[in-house]
Design a protein around this ligand. Structure first.
Ligand SMILES: [Zn+2]
Length: 95
């Protein structure tokens, strides 16, 4: 009788685990489908806003380091990629 009771508890635990995991799988699938429907372009734009103002419509200055040539915001004092001082080159570029 004790063994039957233990087996029932064991089965109940398995059922609960399957229900929880199944719910998680369903939620994940719904989220994935919703993202696919809404389009993957909305997520990167939202991430870019969190980093700061979008650089596309800003005035950009190019890094004077010839090996780097990274675009930086117009007010930057140092290159964000290589750390080169931006005042040395003053290579301006209007985006
Ligand atoms: Zn640089």
């Amino acid at each position: 009788m004790h063994l039957v009771f233990a087996t029932l508890i064991f089965i109940a635990v398995i059922v609960v685990t399957v229900i929880i995991f199944g719910g998680w799988v369903v939620v994940t699938l719904i989220r994935t489908i919703a993202r696919a429907i809404s389009g993957p372009r909305t997520a990167p734009v939202a991430r870019q806003v969190s980093y700061g103002p979008p650089l596309a419509r800003q005035q950009l200055i190019r890094c004077p380091q010839t090996r780097c040539m990274a675009d930086n915001p117009a007010g930057a004092r140092f290159c964000r990629r290589c750390g080169q001082a931006m005042e040395a080159g003053r290579v301006r570029k209007v985006a």
